[in-house]
Design a binder for this molecule. Structure first.
Ligand SMILES: *Cc1c(COP(=O)(O)O)cnc(C)c1O
Length: 339
């Protein structure tokens, strides 16, 4: 079990993941192939839960849904792109807790294949029992409709990131990683993740900051978020905002968090959110054919392509690099051009 310092340990959480840390594995063949001196590791948050293939949103929802239950809500309301992993994971978590879910997707991707509108996450959310409102319906409209039916809706922002508790799941994950470092008897010098709505990276920033503050971690880690949606300066602002909010919940001061605590790289965005470029396709296939591991076309494929490129460029030197696999492979059937 992950031991958290107080007051973080007292914040209510509903377990939705498997009752153990998600696995960390060494990518031996890839490390040998890249031969850069950097050892490449992967934390498998794509296999962290039994709920509809899991992924990073499940970790955040453990805290957010504890609040929804405490408030007596009976219907979760959330949004995302049409192929949102967050909407699928929220639908599964709602089913597990005996709640309903209402989705109001945004049409975030312009140039796609027909499968984008019905395969992958769209199909799974439907199987999981989500009620999906047409693209263009606003959160206020959905809340009003649900209230008129006598329901108690609970709105969750996209990716659960701008929810006041949205950063806590990955702050806890930082402590999980520190325990796994002890077991493996090595430090992860660099931790890499895909960054969209921001709270995965923001949470890690806060968790490691708290660990340092409490004397549980000596050396500073390099935390890198590869943006898959916005330009660098916007992402920095977003991550700072979420991290400062989370900091105040776990016993830090908002001012403890600064832009020196993380790096944002927007060079592997691949044109636009949800568009699949050739470089990302090549990166996905390289990992698949070297290690048998799949990363997704929208998030982890782009971030992992960034990791491959920077490793080849010698930018990590001799150190242990941990890639946080946040999931998303379910979207692959919405991208039949990926082959
Ligand atoms: C949402 C998502 C991310 C991005 O996480 P944020 O916390 O929104 O930055 C990364 N990978 C996958 C697969 C996701 O679904």
């Amino acid at each position: 079990m992950v031991a958290l310092p107080s007051p973080f340990s007292e914040i209510p959480r509903i377990p939705l993941m498997f009752d153990r840390p998600s696995d960390i594995e060494h990518l031996k063949r890839l490390t040998e192939k890249l031969a850069s001196g950097a050892e490449i590791w992967m934390k498998r948050d794509d296999c962290n839960s039994g709920l509809a293939f899991g992924g990073n949103k499940i970790r955040k929802l453990e805290y957010v849904l504890a609040d929804a239950v405490a408030q007596g809500a009976d219907t979760l309301v959330t949004t995302g792109g049409v192929q949102s992993n967050h909407m699928r994971q929220t639908s599964a978590a709602a089913a597990r807790l005996g709640m309903d879910v209402a989705l109001y997707p945004r049409d975030a991707v312009t140039s796609t294949k027909p499968e984008y509108s019905y395969a992958g996450n769209v199909q799974l959310a439907e199987i999981l029992g989500a009620e999906t409102f047409p693209v263009g319906t606003s959160e206020d409209q959905v809340l009003e409709i649900l209230k008129s039916r006598g329901r108690k809706p609970y709105p969750i922002p996209s990716g659960a990131s701008l929810h006041p508790l949205g950063g806590l799941g990955y702050a806890r994950c930082a402590f999980e990683i520190l325990e796994q470092e002890k077991q493996l008897n090595l430090p992860f010098d660099v931790i890499v993740t895909a960054t969209g709505s921001g709270s995965t990276l923001a949470g890690l920033v806060v968790g490691f900051k708290l660990a340092r503050e409490r004397g549980l971690l000596k050396s500073k880690k390099r935390l890198i978020g590869y943006s898959i949606m916005r330009k660098q300066s916007e992402v920095v602002e977003l991550v700072l905002r979420i991290a400062k909010t989370a900091a105040t919940h776990v016993g830090l001061d908002a001012n403890d968090i600064t832009s020196d605590d993380f790096e944002i790289n927007d060079s592997y965005l691949g044109g636009a959110y949800g568009l699949l470029d050739t470089r990302t396709t090549d990166g996905i296939k390289e990992l698949a054919r070297t290690e048998g591991i799949l990363v997704d076309p929208v998030y982890t494929g782009k971030a992992f392509t960034g990791l491959l490129d920077m490793t080849r460029g010698g930018q990590f030197g001799h150190c242990n690099v941990l890639f946080l696999h946040t999931g998303g492979q379910v979207a692959m059937s919405a991208y039949p051009q990926l082959k």
